[in-house]
Ligand binder design. Structure first.
Ligand code: ATP
Ligand code: MG
Length: 428
């Protein structure tokens, strides 16, 4: 019988990969919590309207990338393509405005977009998401980007650049829209069919087009950054000065518009040149009108989303292999040793040391092979002979040194050895 495969573009994350994920998630958690963010988890399924209203009807996401279906009662539902809209919805629904401590949120989890699967682009992918509500001060914009830098630095990621831009506010965007439209219409015939439509319904989206000939034309387009109003200009200048004070490098990219309509003022992306066409590791920005547009209080918002798969691909390319905590393997020979080894294994684990033992009475040679495969740092060799002598053999798998270690107090002693990182302590 033919076996059933996973859906194209939706990946299993297998145990041999999971340590990358856990490392990124744990690092994110500790840094974000330090910056005052609290975790929120929202459903993966929402009413379609939530996304069409927030992301914008004429965006790629809403037009062609959403997994949308009618449920058994005919209600239109969508698998979330991003997290911001859901978090804003939850904030409004639970009246979190009343809680002065609930301002900064983060979340991680799967997102769904119907795209052509390729390296760094999947149909189910994962994002780390952070959102802050109700702070208009440009200090926060800078703090958010600084936090992102701290996070990526902590992971040891290199070769990424922070691009920033300002998309102004609705007031300064309206006159710019017609200015841009006039320019685009002059070049109408040259654009791809999508852009020919975009230039009527949502001209700013042309900047986000990935077709090369469209990119070429807009190189000469008038720039939104040149026509933002004074307030927006001041805000952007302040963001830049705070970034400078935080020694956070950035490049101004006036052509960056981001793929969602709700953005205002500061937008940013983390760009890499190491993942081919998938050059954005993450991005975000302000969305000062979104809360109100979704029926909530008139609170400003700012946030970002990092693509976990792309981040992990980059870390793997760099081979910044995460440090695993040392593993102790118990090689067991004989029945009495097995009884003792079983207890020691559980005790090691309960003391926070990763431990594994052989339950199947394999030969010492084959047990040592398994220890090698598991990349064990230490092997405790325990046979009936050692039992009689009251001391096991401890082998440091890196230095290949072997020494004897008393069975009495073995667990605390082994803990000490692991902390000091060498087996010589066992001799004393
Ligand atoms: P792109 O321009 O590459 O399509 P995007 O602008 O659509 O990216 P965002 O909506 O800003 O992406 O999402 C934030 C991050 O989520 C991206 O920078 C990327 O790292 C990740 N991401 C987006 N779409 C996908 C996908 N289909 N597969 C994997 N990661 C993705
Ligand atoms: Mg996209």
């Amino acid at each position: 019988m033919e076996s059933i495969q996973a859906i194209k573009g939706m990946n299993d994350i297998l145990p041999d990969q999971i340590h990358w994920w856990q490392r990124v998630e744990n690092t994110a958690r500790s840094i974000l919590e330090n910056f005052g963010y609290r975790e929120i988890r929202t459903p993966v399924l929402e009413k379609t309207e939530l996304f069409s209203r927030s992301i914008g009807e004429n965006t790629d996401i809403v037009e062609k990338e959403m997994y949308t279906f009618a449920d058994r009662k005919g209600e239109w539902l969508t698998l979330r393509p991003e997290a911001t809209a859901s978090i804003v919805r939850a904030f409004i629904q639970h009246n979190l405005q009343a809680d002065p401590l609930a301002r900064k949120f983060y979340s991680t989890g799967p997102m769904f977009r119907y795209e052509r699967p390729q390296k760094g682009r999947y149909r189910q992918f994962h994002q780390l998401d952070a959102e802050v509500f109700g702070v208009e001060d440009p200090m926060l914009d800078a703090e958010l980007m600084y936090m992102l830098r701290v996070f990526l630095e902590q992971l040891g990621l290199s070769g990424v650049v922070l691009h920033i831009n300002s998309l102004g506010c609705p007031a300064c965007r309206a006159p710019y829209r017609s200015l841009l439209q006039t320019f685009l219409l002059q070049n109408r015939a040259t654009f791809c069919s999508d852009c020919q439509r975009r230039l009527h319904v949502n001209p700013l989206r042309v900047f986000d087009c990935k077709v090369e000939r469209c990119q070429k034309i807009i190189e000469n387009a008038p720039m939104l950054l040149d026509s933002i109003c004074e307030d927006c200009r001041d805000h952007f200048a302040a963001v830049r000065s705070y970034l400078d004070r935080l020694q956070t490098d950035y490049e101004i990219n006036p052509r960056m518009v981001r793929g969602l309509d709700y953005y205002t003022r500061t937008t940013f992306e983390i760009i890499t040149d190491r993942l081919g066409a998938q050059n954005a590791v993450g991005g975000g920005g302000r969305y000062d009108g979104l809360m109100r547009d979704l029926g909530g209080p008139d609170l400003s918002g700012i946030g970002f989303a990092i693509g976990m798969e792309r981040l992990i691909l980059l870390l793997q390319q760099q081979r910044s292999e995460p440090q695993r905590s040392p593993l102790v393997f118990l090689a067991i020979l004989g029945d009495q040793a097995k009884q003792e080894g079983f207890l020691i294994t559980q005790q090691l684990r309960s003391h926070g040391i990763e431990a594994e033992m052989d339950y199947a009475r394999h030969s010492l040679k084959s047990q040592m092979r398994r220890a090698d495969k598991l990349a064990a740092h230490y092997v405790v060799i325990l046979g009936d002979e050692e039992m009689a002598a009251g001391a096991a053999q401890l082998r440091d798998m890196q230095s290949k040194q072997q020494s004897s270690i008393p069975l009495d107090g073995l667990v605390p002693l082994l803990k000490e050895i692991i902390r000091n990182g060498d087996a010589t302590a066992a001799k004393n």
